[in-house]
Ligand binder design. Structure first.
Ligand SMILES: [Zn+2]
Length: 397
């Protein structure tokens, strides 16, 4: 299949090609570049699709979602009331919604039922439609700690090892640990409060790494972030530097994050324009200032929505990305946070996130030019996941 377009963003150092083309075969990208050059590699009678007014870019990656939650006002209550059959149906349509909006890879960071793992398998085998899913299974938490209701409470090293092993046996490709409390868990530790001892966090990392899996640490609190970084986790989720009274970005911890090659997985709700209404203008301003300070430090950041949690729907990654413009980032960098950089952070740097020969044919085709206007990412024309076309909107021009 030969796909031609007005513009191809390759995902390599902000590179783009005018009047470009991508040749895909059997789920893999064979060639990408200027149209004339790629056309010459097509076979006689090769199927073609032309998008002269559109941009082809790598399929987007949402590094932080929860398929088990409904994105409503009380996702915990809704989850409690669903049986497994109904829940799997919900999760299947959420996965399809992600794909329709151009997300071809997503990381599910916490699910109590094991259904996200099942769905990941079904998608990989073509019996369900959705993005490639990297799943954590049950997130490790302390007794009564953040998201305890997902069944991942552990106390002491034996229980930590046991749950990590059970997650791996169920197909987990990443281990999620709750290093601090979180707003979703009523009656649990506050978001800024630390969970687990430094020794326990180090043990989580040791056990996961020994099995070849990365660790994603949920950490809102400044102390919890410092502890997770010291333990050597691979991604810091949220990374909001909360304290009892506000935010406190610690430069020495940021330096360690850079030294250790840890990624900051900055989740931004698609509803971020509501921040001043939800938190009050002062706290919202402090939050943006915190995020700007982190960005200016030069840490590697990746994009995510926390889809499923508190009003964050499964069609919102493009909206969420708009937040990063307030941090002084150019659109090319913001797109990299959701493509090439996210792929590296998820251990998929050789698989997806770029348009280059040998990569999976995960493509998003949008009208307009997202380098000039990020909102063009919402104008989806076509989505290809592993070479298969998913049609959310119109046919080819
Ligand atoms: Zn989350």
């Amino acid at each position: 299949m030969l796909i031609t377009a007005g513009r191809v963003l390759t995902g390599t150092a902000g590179g783009w090609i005018a009047d470009g083309a991508v040749l895909i075969r059997g789920g893999t990208i064979i060639a990408a570049g200027r149209r004339a050059e790629v056309e010459s590699q097509a076979q006689p009678g090769e199927a073609q699709m032309a998008f002269p007014h559109s941009t082809v870019l790598p399929g987007l990656i949402d590094a932080h979602i929860h398929l088990c939650f409904d994105g409503g006002t009380d996702p915990v209550a809704t989850l409690r009331d669903r049986d497994d059959d109904a829940l799997l149906g919900d999760m299947t349509s959420r996965a399809e919604q992600l794909l329709s909006t151009g997300v071809t890879t997503a990381r599910d960071l916490g699910d109590g039922s094991g259904l996200a793992l099942q769905l990941a398998d079904a998608i990989a085998h073509g019996s369900a439609v959705g993005p490639r899913l990297i799943c954590a299974g049950r997130p490790l938490t302390t007794k009564g700690g953040h998201c305890w209701f997902l069944g991942g409470e552990v106390d002491g090293k034996d229980e930590i090892r046991d749950l990590i092993q059970r997650n791996i046996a169920a197909g987990a490709k990443v281990i999620k640990v709750m290093a601090t409390g979180g707003g979703l868990t009523k009656g649990g530790p506050a978001s800024w409060e630390t969970q687990f001892t430094p020794e326990e966090l180090a043990f989580v990392v040791q056990e996961a790494h020994q099995a070849g899996l990365p660790v994603a640490a949920h950490a809102h609190g400044a102390d919890g972030i410092a502890a997770a970084v010291a333990a050597g986790v691979d991604t810091i989720e949220h990374c909001t530097w909360m304290t009892r009274d506000g935010f406190e970005v610690r430069e020495e911890v940021l330096a360690q994050i850079i030294d250790k090659g840890i990624f900051v997985s900055r989740t931004v709700s698609p509803q971020w324009p509501m921040l001043p209404k939800i938190f009050g203008p002062e706290r919202a301003e402090a939050l943006v200032a915190m995020a700007r300070q982190v960005t200016e430090s030069g840490v590697s950041q990746i994009a995510g929505t926390d889809a499923g949690v508190g009003r964050a729907g499964f069609d919102g990654l493009a909206s969420s990305l708009g937040f990063h413009r307030h941090l002084g980032l150019p659109n090319s960098r913001i797109i990299e946070m959701a493509t090439v950089d996210a792929a590296r952070a998820l251990g998929l740097g050789e698989v997806t996130g770029r348009i280059a020969p040998g990569y999976s044919a995960d493509l998003l085709i949008v009208d307009g030019d997202p380098l000039l206007d990020l909102d063009a990412l919402k104008e989806v024309r076509a989505v290809f996941a592993s070479g298969l076309r998913h049609e959310p909107n119109a046919a080819a021009e």
